[in-house]
Design a protein around this ligand. Sequence first.
Ligand SMILES: Cc1ncc(COP(=O)(O)O)c(C=O)c1O
Length: 406
Amino acid sequence: MEALEQLRFLTPAEVGQIAARWGTPVFVYDEATLRERARQALAFQAPFGLTVRYAMKANPNAQVLALFDQLGLAIDASSGYEATRALEAGISPRRILVTAQQMPRDLVSLVERGVLFNASSLHQLETFGGNFPGTEIGVRINPGVGSGHSHKTNVGGPASSFGIWHESVEEIKAVAAQHQLTITRLHTHIGSGTDPLVWTKVARLSLDQVRSFPSVTTMSLGGGFKVARMSYEKTTDLQEISQVVADALRVFAQETGRKLHLEIEPGTYLTANAGSLITTIDDLVATGSDGYKFLKLDSGMTDILRPTLYAAQHPLIVVNDRPSTPERYVVVGHCCESADLLTPHPDDSEVVATRPLQKAEIGDLLVIEGVGAYCASMSARHYNSFPRTPELLRRADGAVEEVTEP
Ligand SMILES: Cc1ncc(COP(=O)(O)O)c(C=O)c1O
């Protein structure tokens, strides 16, 4: 039987205290982990300067944004609304870059306030140029390949709508010339996992694109630094990856004389393992000798949608102090929806799989780990009309405060 997963930063006693005070379900974010991850990201080697932009879509809580801002991280916003949210959290406009699938409705006021913009399509470039001729802009290019862990997380290649297709260089130049735009930033987020060889390819592909644009001074590689949520998964070694990228930038500088500033945009890397979701086991049902034992939680896709969307695996820990041998369970959420499944088969989100867990009883607490990224921000929150789950921040000194936003 595979190993039982362990709590990440909370102690069993803290889990009980927080559940008693705030009820369940409840998210808890850990300031110490957020700080440590930010420190690691800021240590990314970049021979000619580095900006780490936090991909706020991972977790846009104002307290998380304020902490990262204080630590020196800038912001990657994925919509005009995210940019506005960052402004409301006190982030300076010049520290916010919008790279969005949907053109912000309030583009003009955002840019007039100082927010930066990356065009993700020719239409966006055209629209920006019409409103702000003679200014600087970035472009997001789809370099023709991608490497996300599934086709649902792949953000490059012919099956991806993200960015301007790499064969459209002349069209980009024509639109830029028409509006006297200077393209200063080139962005190529393709989702790239843990393999340094893949990153060598990503850096080469991105630099090949930069060659076509002599005015580009900043290359952005996007995010996609995979982290281990489950104990058997592997976390990207940022130092190793950055070595590969830094070498490529140095070689490029020797060849061309161009010393490019580097941007990275991690979301997952910074926040995933800084979040825990405390839930209660509300019910326990069994489906006979050929069936399964199901644990039903008081949470589910209303707080964590990743298992349903991507068959993502999250650590599940039953918190009780009864000594017992582990049992295998299927863990499900509280929605009237068979896809509300916390233990999907890793290869198919529609197939149930079992997990070894501490023997559980109705009323026990169960902690879902790895929920700091793309959980509170990406849930099916309104489904079945369940109320919003509170979010807490565990400060570096251990004090816990509520940081739920309206
Ligand atoms: C433009 C851009 N930057 C950054 C990220 C962050 O990726 P991750 O959270 O995997 O680091 C994404 C994710 O899709 C993205 O689209």
